[in-house]
Design a protein around this ligand. Structure first.
Ligand SMILES: Cc1cc2nc3c(=O)[nH]c(=O)nc-3n(C[C@H](O)[C@H](O)[C@H](O)COP(=O)(O)OP(=O)(O)OC[C@H]3O[C@@H](n4cnc5c(N)ncnc54)[C@H](O)[C@@H]3O)c2cc1C
Length: 456
């Protein structure tokens, strides 16, 4: 017999998106269930680079990781060019976190404040009655059939998109991920047999031959261990990242000089603009599920926090109005776009360009100062391409570009489309009725852009 539970809000998945939402809602007075298939030891168990910018905590009010959940304080990132000729140092504070400990902290605080947490409970499918989403079916460890009913159902199951992809095809929230808009990533946490120089700086190695359409990273966790991994663009037929790790990364001294592998695993990460809509009637999808990720570097924890923060406000408003329709939940789209989504879309345009560059182009561009460290930082913050484009007519830049004549005009095209996509996001529809027309404009812009830069 199926056991039934009634809630205001049912959050499925307690990873960074779901657990932070539960935490934000903990004092709301709403009846909230958080349903997670893993037990305590597997909380936030998805393999990750574990790095996150401090500003995401400041933006959302989430507490910084306490000492036991903090593996390393970060002062910045070194971006290293393909042939090692250039190292750009981008300063910015951040943390290497212990995901399990930080995740458990958020979940425990939520449970203490009255959120009902169901661990080791796997959600199987959405429950629809007369075409309306009313809950989710689940199974617990004992094999009991469960039905969690809720006025709002939140899919925070990560890139599995468990509920979203089982919604009716006609619902715009059911928007599949093109594999080319993802990175397949793999990482190992290794104990090293040497002392790391400058453990407060993350290292990102851009090298299209080692990690095509992605990058490989070396993120210190203290003086003698590091999270080392790589991502490759999905859907392109590239070798699996764990195979590349063994064949290519092991050739680098800082990787192969180790004593122990503490953990090794891989997964997928979406690297695109956010889903066309994060909501539909009685439904919210956030985190990897709503493609809330930085498309250029694939960092998704901070974006999940921001999406959860706006989802929390939307949920509070929806309960005040006692309306859970797509229209009532729509302000989640608007607020996410205003805070981070517009920039995310613009960075998606940039990402598609970056994935087409050769090692020679990247080395040349970095070496000749087309973009410096400040510009890399500003581009990632503003979503507007900050490069020395305005100098096109200056003799010195033209001379510098003689070795790569096609690169600067291409960058100018990218900058134009980054602006144009931002304008489209400024014109995001104010209610669900306008979504179809808007999505057609986005698709048209992307097709035009891809044709111009020769991407498919
Ligand atoms: C190798 C790699 C390295 C990365 N490095 C970084 C990095 O350094 N920094 C960064 O910010 N991001 C990084 N990312 C991305 C980041 O890991 C994700 O964006 C982030 O974890 C997304 O959080 P989420 O809550 O949306 O999804 P998830 O972390 O995937 O959490 C989803 C939760 O839902 C649960 N769940 C799934 N299905 C069910 C079900 N049927 N029933 C119940 N529960 C379910 C899962 O158990 C899980 O707890 C990396 C990703 C990869 C793959």
């Amino acid at each position: 017999m199926t056991k039934e539970f009634n809630y205001d809000v049912v959050i499925v998945g307690l990873g960074p998106a779901g657990a932070s939402l539960a935490y934000f809602l903990r004092k709301s007075g709403l009846k909230v269930a958080g349903v997670e298939m893993n037990g305590t030891e597997g909380v936030w168990g998805k393999p990750c680079g574990d790095a996150i910018g401090k500003h995401h905590f400041d933006e959302t009010g989430l507490p910084y990781p306490s000492s036991d959940a903090l593996k390393q304080k970060i002062e910045g990132i070194d971006i290293i060019s393909p042939y090692g000729g250039v190292k750009l140092r981008v300063n910015g504070e951040g943390f290497m976190i212990d995901r399990n400990k930080y995740g458990l902290f958020l979940i425990n605080e939520s449970a203490k404040a009255g959120i009902d947490v169901y661990l080791k409970t796997r959600v199987l499918s959405p429950k629809l009655e007369s075409g309306k989403l009313v809950g989710v079916r689940a199974k617990n460890e004992a094999g009991d059939d469960l039905l969690f009913r809720g006025k709002i159902i939140v899919d925070a199951t990560g890139n599995s998109g468990l509920l979203r992809r089982q919604l009716p095809q006609s619902w715009p929230a059911n928007e599949p991920l093109d594999p080319k808009d993802s990175n397949i990533a793999y990482r190992e946490i290794r104990e090293l047999n040497y002392d790391i120089d400058e453990p407060t700086y993350l290292r990102i190695y851009v090298n299209q031959e080692v990690s095509p359409g992605g990058y490989w990273w070396y993120f210190p966790e203290g003086r003698s261990s590091a999270n080392i991994g790589l991502g490759v663009q999905g859907g392109m037929g590239y070798p699996a990242p764990n195979v590349i790790f063994k064949q290519r990364l092991e050739t680098f001294d800082e990787v192969r000089n180790y004593t122990k592998v503490i953990n090794a695993a891989g997964s997928k990460v979406p690297t695109r603009r956010q889903a066309n809509t994060l909501v539909w009637d009685n439904f919210i999808g956030i985190g990897d599920n709503g493609y809330n990720v930085n498309p250029v570097h694939g960092g998704g924890m901070g974006y999940a926090f921001v999406a959860a923060f706006h989802a929390y406000r939307t949920i509070i408003n929806a309960f005040s109005a006692n309306d859970f329709s797509a229209k009532a939940l729509w302000d989640l789209n608007i607020n996410y776009i205003k805070s981070i989504g517009k920039r995310q879309a613009s960075l998606d345009i940039f990402r598609i360009f970056l994935q087409r560059l050769s090692n020679d182009d990247i080395e040349y561009g970095l070496k000749h100062g087309i973009m410096n460290a400040d510009q890399v930082y500003e581009t990632s913050v503003s979503g507007e391409l900050k490069a020395n484009l305005g100098l096109l007519d200056k003799v010195s830049v033209v001379l510098r570009m003689l070795g790569r004549p096609s690169l600067l005009p291409k960058l100018a095209t990218v900058a134009t489309y980054m602006k144009r996509v931002q304008q489209l996001y400024d014109a995001y529809p104010t209610s669900p009725e306008g979504l179809d027309v808007w999505v057609s404009s986005v698709k048209a812009l992307y097709s035009e852009y891809k044709a111009k830069i020769g991407a498919d």
